[in-house]
Design a protein around this ligand. Structure first.
Ligand code: AMP
Length: 115
């Protein structure tokens, strides 16, 4: 896959407001927030999109991304009231950056259905 801006953020070649990091996952604030809390949880390995995932190979990684999102939601004080986790996949899904990431959105009441 072609490298994206997220690989440069992961390598610290360009700055981001990092809120969490471990060996496999980096989480940073979205540059164009759609909610008071809008954080991207990004695996460090380069996977382009959800359709490149399978449960057998990536189950542990996906579980870790959920653990990280839950920890950040607590840290941000939004765990109690709730939040939304989103993967956009492909053009119709609204994906702009083709490096897998999960949006953590909270701090306001979310609308349904999404746009
Ligand atoms: P998606 O549409 O699901 O691919 O989401 C990509 C997200 O990445 C958008 O919400 C962008 O605002 C965000 N984004 C793009 N560039 C950066 C950056 N340099 N730092 C933080 N967030 C970014």
């Amino acid at each position: 896959m072609a490298e994206t801006i997220f690989s440069k953020i992961i390598r610290k070649e360009i700055p981001a407001a990092i809120v969490y990091e471990n060996e496999t996952v980096l989480a940073f604030r979205d540059i164009n927030p759609a909610a008071p809390t809008h954080i991207l949880v990004v695996p460090k390995i380069e996977i382009a999109k959800v359709t490149d995932l399978n449960g057998k190979e990536h189950g542990a990684l996906l579980g870790e991304m959920i653990d990280v999102a839950n920890a950040i939601a607590k840290q941000e004080g939004i765990a109690e009231k709730g939040f939304r986790l989103v993967f956009n996949c492909g053009d119709d899904g609204g994906q702009e950056v083709y490096h897998l990431h999960m949006h953590l959105l909270g701090g306001r009441k979310m609308n349904w259905p999404p746009g």
